[in-house]
Design a protein around this ligand. Sequence first.
Ligand code: SAM
Length: 164
Amino acid sequence: MDSDIREGEVALDFDPGAKADGSVSFIGWIQTPWKERGSAPRNLIQARERTSEPAHLVLQPAYGPGLSCLEGYSHVVVLYWMDRARRDLILQWPRHSDRARGVFSLRSPVRPNPIALGIVPLLGVDQDMARVTVGPLDCLDGTPLLDIKPYHASTDAYPNAVSS
Ligand SMILES: C[S@@+](CC[C@H](N)C(=O)[O-])C[C@H]1O[C@@H](n2cnc3c(N)ncnc32)[C@H](O)[C@@H]1O
């Protein structure tokens, strides 16, 4: 685990990863062009700006049938596990911010359960190969895949949403 911590940041006095009361199964892995921490884009906008190369969701073969009917959607929600992130920083000081912020007000990969979210265009589904091609993602190559869900603009989009 990283030991560095910035002024204003606060770490939990326990490691959430060591106190898990549930478990998830990785359904596969994500292939992206980003091989090292420093090279990864900060978010999906930056990922799209930096590459037109799609990301590949490579599922374990047993999950292939679960892709049935997915091809009818234009976009999908991808949930992934930031396996190389520490999990104990409850307050964090992002470089762009003038103050420390609570983890639940951030999209940081550093969180008690390092689950990341990307809503991306669906470019291809190969059920036999248990493989899905999507628009660029902001995760490192080899990041574990947790889930894929269809994106429903009617329920998932809030056109008047505000962010701070
Ligand atoms: C700010 S997060 C956003 C993730 C996702 N789009 C979200 O909103 O939940 C993206 C950053 O996570 C980091 N990252 C990517 N893959 C990672 C991994 N497998 N483990 C730890 N950190 C990772 C990279 O530094 C990248 O810039």
